[in-house]
Design a protein around this ligand. Structure first.
Ligand SMILES: Cc1cc2nc3c(=O)[nH]c(=O)nc-3n(C[C@H](O)[C@H](O)[C@H](O)COP(=O)(O)OP(=O)(O)OC[C@H]3O[C@@H](n4cnc5c(N)ncnc54)[C@H](O)[C@@H]3O)c2cc1C
Length: 286
């Protein structure tokens, strides 16, 4: 059930889940997908996914949540390159970096996704984004198979990532990050600052999927929604948070169709109030 695998706690039943223990397991993936039928979905922590209700034509593909961080080498400029497994939680990696006095990810404090999900969404906050530290990936796609790639073989943008082969379905098995050396105290200070700001402005105690909409160029989607009177708007058990309008919260048994009603209402209200089209940040799947 996607309701059990997504932080917004909604969504119906998938056909199957395929867990890839090792990158080499990807070689058997196409045959397995053919056997089960349906569309594949690489699932991390489900923290930026809005899944449809009912029976879904999806086969979930997931990775182990464990993996060892590994310092690969120091570069000539004194930076440190670290390889991390795609299924590992981003916060676990950040905690490890803080302990080792490595800086670069502190702005991503509190983002509850996996490393692979953070790459695929180019997760970011407070001026820090995944693409800023990414120096390489181990990926698999049906088009190009399993390989190690470097910047130039993928493109990134605001909350977006694409492989040069344009594969829609791909799996990030490993990411290489280039981080700077700092003291554990300085890294911890930057981390704490970011987390405190988020605690004050985001409904972290409720099921959400992070920001529903991307910020339009030069604007804050949350502020536009607030101005359009959307804070607290509720349809069934889904609502826009009173604390942060761009965070949808599930107040109990919220459904994807209630979420869709809210999304439509927000788009119409913001378009009416300031003429801007809101674009979804959350990934809708079904
Ligand atoms: C409370 C809260 C706060 C948040 N704050 C922020 C924030 O400040 N900034 C921000 O950018 N986001 C934020 N988010 C959204 C979300 O946490 C990020 O987008 C996160 O990076 C998604 O990772 P995930 O593992 O949960 O991915 P999922 O939600 O599981 O998947 C998201 C997308 O990534 C793809 N994907 C996942 N894993 C892989 C993989 N291994 N290989 C290839 N594709 C993959 C999926 O197919 C899907 O398209 C927040 C969410 C919550 C609930």
């Amino acid at each position: 059930m996607m309701s059990e695998r997504t932080s917004l706690r909604c969504g119906g039943k998938t056909i199957a889940e395929l867990i890839l223990e090792r990158p080499e397991d990807a070689h058997d993936l196409e045959a397995a997908l053919e056997e089960y039928g349906g569309r594949p979905l690489t699932l991390g922590r489900g923290s930026n996914i809005l899944a449809a209700d009912g029976q879904l034509g999806l086969v979930v593909v997931s990775l182990p949540r464990q993996g060892k961080e590994l310092i690969t080498r120091e570069t000539l400029s004194g930076k440190v390159r670290v390889r991390v497994a795609g299924g590992v939680g981003l916060q676990k990696v950040i905690a490890w970096c803080l302990r080792h006095g490595l800086s670069g990810l502190e702005g991503l404090a509190g983002i509850p996704g996996s490393v692979g999900g953070a790459v695929a969404q180019n997760a970011g906050s407070y001026g820090c984004e995944m693409a800023g530290v990414l120096t390489g990936l181990v990926v698999w796609s049906p088009e190009s198979g399993l390989r190690r790639i470097v910047p130039g073989e993928y493109t990134t943008g605001y909350r977006s990532f694409a492989l040069r082969d344009r594969a829609e379905f791909f799996i990030v098995f490993e990411a290489e990050l280039e981080l700077s050396k700092t003291s554990p105290e300085a890294a911890m200070r930057a981390f704490t600052e970011a987390i405190e700001k988020k605690k004050a402005s985001q409904p972290l105690d409720k099921p959400t999927a992070g920001c529903i909409f991307k910020n339009p160029q030069g604007e804050s989607a949350g502020k536009l929604m607030d101005r359009a009177g959307l804070k607290g708007l509720r349809k069934g058990d889904m609502a826009f948070s009173e604390l942060h309008a761009n965070f949808m919260v599930n107040l109990g048994r919220g459904t994807a169709s209630q979420a869709a009603e809210l999304i439509a209402a927000a788009r119409e209200a913001v378009k009416g109030a300031c003429g801007l089209e809101l674009e979804l940040e959350v990934r809708t799947v079904g």
